[in-house]
Design a protein around this ligand. Structure first.
Ligand code: GLN
Length: 311
């Protein structure tokens, strides 16, 4: 087994980068379509032997992009922290759906009559609506503060991406109205959507995702030992990341990379190897399920070379 090193990250980055031609940038949100598909960044955060954090980064690890669905893991953890598991899971299930992230079909056909899990759009819109705050801005501010406590940098909303999604989101709008009809959204539907679009447009980097991933890996503590959430919130979020963090690609990713992870159509993936490391990857070219081609390859290679498998 090898230890993490700058050389190893460079090696994995240049290998995985060769595959990015297999993917395409998300285009259904117009502002994402223009991303440079050749970008590729990787970062890993671990605890050194003396307990101090050690950070490794390669390629475009500091390039900024929007979290998109990676924010769903943070929203879940934040809702668990502030509202508790009972409130969250009365509105959202904990089972993989096997459907695309933006699927609406089971809201109508499933006897459950609630979203399958907090990692698909339907579940995330319901989860975010539970965050405390008098309006969408306040909820997203709370979430950004929570994320900032993990990464050291409070993320900001990318206004262009936020507006671009808000103005084209017919499908998410349909999902939200369906949730309203099912009694799973309190308050105004547009307000709930607004908070969701803003959280998706929060800017991040592979390095920041690695730092945040470490908080899940170390059961709610940052790599430097500061606690940012209860162990239970980290554990439950990781369970859902492993079951449905990569949508209908979650099974294949679990087999290949063996670590809980959450992806987003901005091209980011955050992963957490328990007790070992947080990893952040970024490459905007996506596979058919909406997962970063670079990110899934790089994480699989890194997990294998460092034996980061959690299962
Ligand atoms: N904002 C995006 C959407 O709702 C997030 C989807 C994703 O990253 N998979 O469609």
């Amino acid at each position: 087994m090898r230890a993490a090193s700058p050389e190893l990250l460079d090696e994995v980055t240049s290998e995985a980068r060769r595959r990015v031609g297999e993917g395409r940038c998300a285009a259904y949100i117009p502002a994402l379509a223009g991303a440079d598909p050749s970008l590729a960044g990787l970062a890993l955060v671990e605890r050194g032997e003396s307990g101090d954090p050690r950070e490794f980064a390669s390629g475009d690890a500091d390039a900024r992009f929007t979290m998109q669905s990676v924010s769903k893991a943070f929203a879940l953890a934040c809702a668990l922290e502030t509202r508790g598991a009972e409130a969250v899971f009365s509105r959202v299930g904990v089972e993989p759906s096997g459907d695309a992230f933006n699927s609406i079909v089971r809201l109508e056909t499933s006897a459950r009559r609630k979203p399958f899990n907090p990692m698909i759009n339907a579940g995330a819109i319901a989860t975010t609506s539970l965050l405390p705050g008098e309006d969408a801005q306040a909820r997203v501010r709370l979430l950004a503060r929570f994320i900032g406590s993990m990464t050291g940098e409070e993320p900001r909303v990318d206004d262009g991406v936020y507006r671009s999604e808000r103005d084209t989101a017919a499908r998410n709008r349909s999902i939200a109205w369906m949730l309203k009809e099912l009694g799973l959204l309190d308050g105004d539907v547009e307000e709930a959507l607004d908070a969701y679009f803003m959280q998706c447009a929060l800017r991040t980097s592979a390095r920041e995702l690695a730092r945040a991933g470490a908080c899940f890996a170390f059961d709610g503590e940052r790599a430097d030992g500061v606690r940012v959430m209860r162990p239970e919130s980290a554990r439950v979020t990781k369970a859902l990341m492993c079951l449905c963090g990569l949508y209908d690609g979650s099974g294949a990713f679990a087999v290949a990379a063996g670590v809980p992870a959450k992806s987003g159509v901005g091209g980011g993936i955050m992963a957490a190897s328990r007790g070992r490391a947080g990893i952040g990857a970024f490459g905007p070219a996506l596979d058919a399920q909406g997962n970063s081609v670079f990110g899934t390859r790089a994480l699989s290679a890194l997990a294998e070379r460092l034996d980061l498998f959690s299962y």
